[in-house]
Design a protein around this ligand. Structure first.
Ligand code: RIB
Length: 291
């Protein structure tokens, strides 16, 4: 396969994950079952997902000058992601996600820290990376003005962009017009007004909806036993970019991304379960034989 070139501009977090058998209500203290600190952040997760699937990936983002900054930088390299576009911010903490995992699902609070410093002026230093990319992937854990700047630049330079509008917030019209694809989930799609042909909507177990010349199409998902869904959407987005960057049809790219997402939920932590290209191919071969 051609090695797709992907640049991810987005958040890099340390996920502080507590597992519990039920979620505390206001004023309640309860004992958790397990605690882990795991590299995460929607941007970094999407970069790692695409790199594991064989893409050439640049990450543009920021970490803090705290204990976690170097760990997060090293983690990108360990996963084959070029971190030349990731510089520490002085006197600032790294992005932190406080995550509660309960009943195989999660609740997340993100405190952005250094991610707030992924400004248009910062990204400007790395524009040559964008010019060499088949796809640029964005999410909404960095300032919205940066999203607007990047989508405008990519539009002018005919660089394709996937915007994963998570966590959802009101999106200026110009951003929605200039991106190639938006990938909201069922609830995020309510805040999106893009044209149907730009939409790839993840519907959880029901699969993924996209539009072919205005007509809705569903690509079914794969049913698997979920251990932890954290990062499943990020795996989907990274894999989708890998498929589209190779010139596959939207349907083929979604099938591939669905398989990658299904594999990712079978392991604890956002990045740990992200599959390699070989693992996705094997999964698809077995599923095609038996379904
Ligand atoms: O999408 C999952 C990610 O959201 C976590 O890794 C966490 O860091 C938050 O950004």
């Amino acid at each position: 396969m051609n090695k797709p070139k992907i640049t991810v501009i987005g958040s890099i977090n340390l996920d502080m994950v507590t597992s519990t058998d039920h979620v505390p209500v206001q004023g309640e203290t309860l004992m958790g079952q397990n605690f882990e600190m795991i590299p995460g952040g929607k941007g970094a997760n999407q970069a790692v997902a695409a790199a594991r699937l064989g893409a050439d990936v640049n990450m543009i983002g920021r970490v803090g000058d705290d204990l976690f900054g170097q760990l997060l930088l090293d983690n990108l390299v360990k996963n084959g992601v070029n971190n030349d576009g990731v510089k520490p911010v002085t006197d600032c903490h790294s992005g932190i996600a406080t995550i509660i995992v309960s009943d195989h699902d999660n609740r997340i609070i993100v405190t952005p820290g250094a991610n707030e410093w992924v400004t248009p002026q910062y990204v400007e230093r790395f524009l040559p990376m964008l010019l060499q990319s088949d796809y640029v992937i964005l999410q909404l854990e960095i300032p919205l003005e940066t999203i607007e700047y990047v989508t405008g630049y990519c539009y002018e330079n005919e660089i394709k962009v996937i915007l994963n509008p998570a966590p959802i917030q009101p999106l200026p019209e110009v951003i929605q017009e200039q991106v190639t694809y938006l990938t909201p989930n069922e609830s995020e799609v309510k805040g999106v007004q893009a044209s149907p042909d730009q939409l790839i909507v993840t519907l959880g177990k029901e699969g993924v909806k996209y539009y072919d010349e205005g007509k809705a199409q569903i690509v079914k998902g794969y049913r698997v036993e979920a251990v932890d869904t954290t990062g499943a959407g990020d795996t989907f987005n990274g894999a989708l970019a890998v498929g589209l960057a190779q010139g596959w049809s939207i349907k083929q790219a979604i099938q591939f991304a669905n398989a990658a997402g299904a594999l990712s939920v079978q392991t604890f932590g956002a990045q740990d379960g992200m599959p390699t290209l070989e693992e996705v191919k094997r999964f698809l071969q077995v599923r095609e034989r038996f379904e």
